[in-house]
Design a protein around this ligand. Structure first.
Ligand code: CAA
Length: 706
């Protein structure tokens, strides 16, 4: 077996080094070797104390998440965790001081291992956390029992329900850490351990007594946390399970509280919520790997950028660059439009400042990185230009033709188009290898998704550079193919088609939005359109009509275009699918006009409107997404089903607990999805046609992921 935990004695201290790259995850063999190494150190006459440290860039990033797949039932999990809990107690019972030396991250099981040590020292830039909740889990190796004893129930509740890591100085103040090492971590940890050995000091966290007052305050904190989770953790199980486990630890002796923790963990690990979140964890890491773009593809350093178009999207994109510390030119055609764009950026930063997320000084420093301009002066100095002009083919083509002459030949030219053909821009620029799509989602400075659209001739370097840049801008970059609407909006057209048809068939705008927000989306399709602008979709439809195409197969509702003709563009005009108090207001009320339009359009199409159940709304919408997603996959516009799931999780807030539309389809069962498509085809017409890949997978008894 590989040496996953190395053993050596240094200066009278046994140093146990966990070496399981890249993040020292606790695979089952690592647990076993830690156990053996602690026993060896205790028995070794040459060692007075023990230090547990991580090799490479980090301490331990947690249990090996892949190994959870082996825990098929709660009984599997109970059996496995009994062994882990006993092992941690054996560590804690070591008769010589055992010190965890933390650098990088001590997360999840990593922090739990550290809590089973007698003391914890860390570098000042280390971070400790219990992020299990992000994977639909609770700390399962004693964290819900030991952390409240170290840091108090309130802090433990916060750390385990929000999952955010805590920086070392804060962890020191909270009592999670005992000491911060200023210089070399190992030398500092050895000196600390020797000192404890000299003083014969050993501290077992599980033996810390929680006083009656602390219990009372802790139980109150549990009640308060449950109340706040009602708002922040709608539809989730794990955050509540965390509170249950911590509460059990306050009411029961350590061993009994630990059993409760194991039961709750066992429930969570077998849940769809956890499987979905674990799937997204790995899918997010996979998207960065593009099969034909090797790891060693040269990457261009982006030192300076430019954005053309200072509208809502262009302004947001410029903010992304500035936030990442990259100087950016922001160009508009005239001064008035430029001033409006800069004023919007300023307003956005003011809001951030008012929430305490940036200081005035930081805002001024960041704004100073954005240089407004009405000319192409300085474009020969930039490494990338993002075009964010109006969504119009001719305008974009002429912009690319200009960019091809005013920038250096190696400058990357990216288009923020949300639908149009990147290859046409590439041809217009005269250097197609440097051209690709960078499709941001609105608001561009907030939404984490970046669709990186690969044109026919886009170079591998431009793709690799874009993926790296996405990370630098705090985005998740997903490489997609160049079809109309790319992946996100191509599938969205089918989602919207169903939403419109459901309205004509008898559902209301309010019902559809309610059902989908209950399903877990942050906003329903109609609320979303009112935010994005009904005019945007209408103009795309006009363009498509002009080239003899439509966005999705089958009947298209006329209601959105009728709203557009009435000047009802959504929130910005004070009316759209809903009525608003005033233009720009978010305060919406039902507008009877929509019901009237739905009745008129239904009559024209010979539809007898009927009450529609909530389940049918979810089934129709999610089936439309899965069926079109299957087409996107077989036509190779997305590399993997996980890429689509990431696009929907980050671009549209598809509920993470459901894992994205493709993972969700697998949980529903592809035979059910296919039979729905066939049923809808019989009821509504041939535009419901099963994707061949869907039929193939069902025939083979497989899912998108199996
Ligand atoms: N298990 C298995 N693999 C892991 C892992 C884990 N806990 N953490 C990271 N990895 C893998 C990633 O999949 C990735 O693999 P590839 O290179 O093959 O894609 C590699 O390690 C590097 O990870 P990142 O790309 O994420 O690297 P990063 O430097 O951006 O981030 C990190 C590092 C902050 C540790 C981040 O990986 C992370 O947050 N990891 C998960 C931490 C976590 O959730 N821990 C709790 C696990 S559950 C648990 O511990 C339950 C319990 O109570 C026992």
């Amino acid at each position: 077996m590989a040496d996953l935990v190395r053993y050596e004695v240094k200066n009278g201290v046994a140093v146990l080094t966990i070496d399981n790259p890249p993040v020292n995850a606790l695979a089952p063999e690592v647990w076993g070797q830690i156990d053996e190494a602690v026993k060896r150190g205790v028995a070794d006459p040459a060692a007075d104390a023990l230090v547990l440290i991580g090799a490479g860039t980090t301490f331990i990033a947690g249990a090996d998440i892949k190994a959870f797949e082996l825990l098929k039932t709660p009984a599997d999990s109970m059996a496995r965790s009994a062994g882990t809990h006993a092992l941690l107690k054996r560590m804690e019972d070591a008769s010589k001081p055992l010190v965890a030396a933390i650098h990088g991250n001590a997360l999840g099981g990593g922090l739990e291992v550290a809590q089973a040590c007698h003391f914890r020292v860390a570098t000042k830039d280390a971070r400790v956390g219990q992020p299990e909740v992000m994977l639909g889990l609770i700390p399962g190796a004693g964290g819900t029992q030991r952390l409240p004893r170290l840091a108090g129930a309130k802090m433990a509740l916060e750390m385990c329900t929000d999952g955010k890591p805590v920086p070392a100085p804060k962890a020191l103040a909270a009592g999670i850490l005992d000491h911060i090492v200023a210089d070399d971590l190992l030398s500092g940890a050895i000196a600390f351990a020797k000192d404890k050995a000299t003083k014969h000091e050993i501290r077992k966290v599980r033996e810390i007594v929680i006083g009656a007052d602390e219990v009372k305050a802790g139980l109150e904190a549990c009640a308060a946390m449950r109340a706040s989770l009602k708002k922040t953790a709608r539809g989730l199980r794990a955050p509540y399970a965390v509170v249950d486990a911590i509460e059990a630890g306050l009411k029961l002796p350590f061993d009994e509280g630990s059993v409760r923790e194991r039961e709750l963990f066992a429930d969570c690990v077998a849940s769809t919520e956890s499987k979905a979140l674990r799937h997204l964890f790995f899918a997010e890491r996979e998207v960065a790997k593009v099969p034909d773009v090797p790891k060693d593809t040269p990457i261009k350093e982006i030192k300076r950028a430019a954005v053309v178009g200072a509208g809502t999207m262009g302004g947001g994109i410029a903010m992304n660059y500035a936030n990442a510390g990259i100087p950016v030119l922001l160009k508009e055609v005239d001064q008035a439009a430029l001033d409006r764009g800069i004023a919007t950026i300023r307003r956005n930063y003011d809001v951030t400042m008012s929430k305490g997320k940036m200081t005035k000084e930081q805002v001024e420093k960041t704004m100073a990185l954005i240089t407004p301009t009405t000319s192409y002066d300085g474009f020969d100095q930039v490494d990338i230009v993002t075009e964010a002009v109006f969504e119009n083919m001719d305008l974009k083509k002429s912009t690319f033709a200009e960019l091809g002459t005013v920038t250096r030949p190696d400058c990357i030219l990216a288009s923020n188009s949300s639908t149009l053909d990147i290859d046409q821009f590439a041809a217009a620029s005269g250097r197609p290898q440097q051209v690709l799509g960078h499709h941001y989602f609105s608001p561009a400075n907030v939404m984490k998704l970046l669709e990186i659209v690969r044109g026919r001739e886009t170079s591998k370097e431009a793709i690799a550079t874009s993926l790296k840049l996405a990370k630098k801008l705090g985005k998740v970059g997903v490489v997609v193919g160049n079809c109309f609407g790319f992946v996100a909006n191509r599938m969205l057209a089918y989602y919207m088609r169903e939403a419109y048809l459901l309205l004509e068939e008898g559902a209301s705008v309010e019902q559809i939005d309610r059902v989908l927000t209950e399903f877990g989306l942050p906003v329903g399709p109609y609320g979303m359109q009112d935010i994005a602008g009904i005019d945007v979709g209408a103009r795309i439809r006009q363009y498509l009509k002009s080239i003899g195409k439509s966005r999705a197969e089958g009947p298209q509702s006329a209601i959105p275009d009728r709203l557009y003709e009435m000047g009802r563009y959504g929130q910005k005009t004070g009316a759209g699918w809903y009525k608003y108090d005033a233009p720009g207001s978010r305060n919406r009320t039902t507008d009877p006009l929509i019901e009237q339009l739905a009745n008129e359009e239904a009559k024209k199409r010979g539809i007898v409107r009927r009450p529609i159940g909530d389940e049918e709304i979810v089934a129709r919408i999610t089936t439309a997404l899965a069926n079109e997603g299957a087409r996107v996959l077989e036509e190779k516009f997305a590399t993997r089903p996980g890429d689509i799931d990431i696009i929907y999780a980050y671009g549209f807030g598809f509920p993470r607990r459901s894992g994205g539309p493709m993972f969700y389809a697998d949980t529903v069962g592809l035979p059910t999805v296919l039979s729905r498509v066939n049923e809808y085809r019989a009821r509504f017409g041939d535009y419901w046609e099963p994707a061949p890949l869907l039929e193939k997978l069902v025939k083979e008894g497989r899912g998108f992921y199996s």
